[in-house]
Design a protein around this ligand. Structure first.
Ligand code: SF4
Length: 346
């Protein structure tokens, strides 16, 4: 089958054989690439029009008990300048974000046990009390099913937990031995069963990643059927064991965004900050490859430069309002529009 036929098959069946997926990930003419992107755009516009959903990202702690080899805030990085936000600081971020038109807040942090389950529940319920028309997304790593249930009962709507790679051998090359892909997957299934809108995802071009790994990731996500999929290029951080590894490319990331959009027509798919970091118009290009979400930063300016998972992160010096209007202009420049909406899965 040629690439055109493969794209058509992916569109009608939502899945391909392993070797067929590998063809789509391999050499491609520029006409075929444009066909792939336009097919992804068409599907995206059928379900979500030209709307782009905003997520207000609040990076509330950069402490982490884990030591993932790729991550700038891993516990072994003694050069990281650690911080935690107080409840008042976090609520101040959500209040400002609400005024700016954000209707989803993403509380993201390392796996920081300083915040007890009760603290997390208190944060979630306080945000929901102040802004009942908003969604709260948590992105705080692996916890017990009981903890996930408590956060859900407190009002959390969504949970982001990239699986990073579905292959145990690849997983072990990116993480220390105490972490396992089995537990990661179990967390995702627990979250889904509890009732969250769930987000999985991977880094594109992470060290040792093969096309077979990426196919395994697509097949795993097809089984999980997540509501959100996070795909960003791997970018090395200077204080990690992967400091000398190559970054993932714009081209590979756009290709995968488009494949994922065609496979999962309804999925909430961010054009990530990492994509904007490797290319000045990376987020616009991501939207044009099928993405429908952007995640401007709402963290206080004083801590922005400290939540550095990778080198060169953009937007660390801007105020929330500047990020918001910058994003609006960027999306308008490509004929899309940022909307004031919770932006739930349809
Ligand atoms: S990737 Fe997440 S869990 Fe791993 S070290 Fe970084 S913040 Fe911690």
């Amino acid at each position: 089958m040629n690439n055109r036929e493969l794209i058509e098959k992916l569109k009608t069946e939502g899945i391909l054989e392993r070797e067929e997926f590998k063809c789509l990930l391999g050499e491609m003419t520029s006409e075929d690439k444009e066909l792939l992107y336009s097919c992804a755009r068409e599907i995206r516009e059928k379900h979500y029009g030209k709307d782009v959903y905003l997520r207000g990202l609040i990076e509330f702690t950069n402490y982490c008990r884990n030591d993932c080899f790729y991550c700038g805030i891993r516990k072994s990085n003694l050069a990281a300048d650690r911080y935690r936000l107080t409840k008042e600081e976090i609520l101040d971020c959500t209040d400002k974000g609400y005024e700016l038109g954000f209707r989803t807040f993403v509380l993201q942090g390392g796996e920081d046990m300083f915040y007890s389950d009760e603290d997390v529940c208190d944060l979630v319920s306080s945000i929901k009390m102040q802004h009942p028309d908003c969604a709260v997304t948590l992105s705080i790593g692996e916890r017990s099913r009981e903890s996930y249930q408590k956060y859900y009962d407190a009002g959390a709507d969504r949970y982001l937990l990239r699986h990073e790679t579905a292959d145990p051998v690849h997983y072990a090359r990116l993480h220390p031995s105490e972490l396992s892909v089995e537990n990661r997957k179990k967390c995702l299934y627990d979250l889904k069963e509890i009732g969250y809108q769930v987000g999985a995802g991977i880094m594109i071009g992470s060290p040792y990643q093969t096309d077979d790994n990426v196919v395994d990731d697509l097949i795993f996500m097809k089984e999980l059927e997540p509501h959100m999929i996070g795909l960003g290029p791997f970018i090395p951080h200077k204080d990690t064991p992967f400091k000398d590894e190559k970054a993932g490319t714009l081209e590979d990331t756009l290709r995968l965004l488009a494949i994922v959009r065609i496979m999962f027509p309804h999925v909430l798919l961010p054009a990530t900050t990492a994509l904007g970091t490797i290319d000045p118009r990376g987020r616009e290009k991501g939207i044009l490859a099928g993405a429908n979400v952007v995640m401007p930063n709402l963290s206080p300016k004083s801590v922005r430069g400290k939540y550095l998972l990778y080198d060169g992160k953009i937007c660390t010096g801007d105020e929330a309002a500047e990020c918001r209007s910058c994003m609006e202009r960027r999306m308008e420049s490509i004929g899309y529009k940022v909307v004031v909406s919770r932006g739930d899965y349809r």
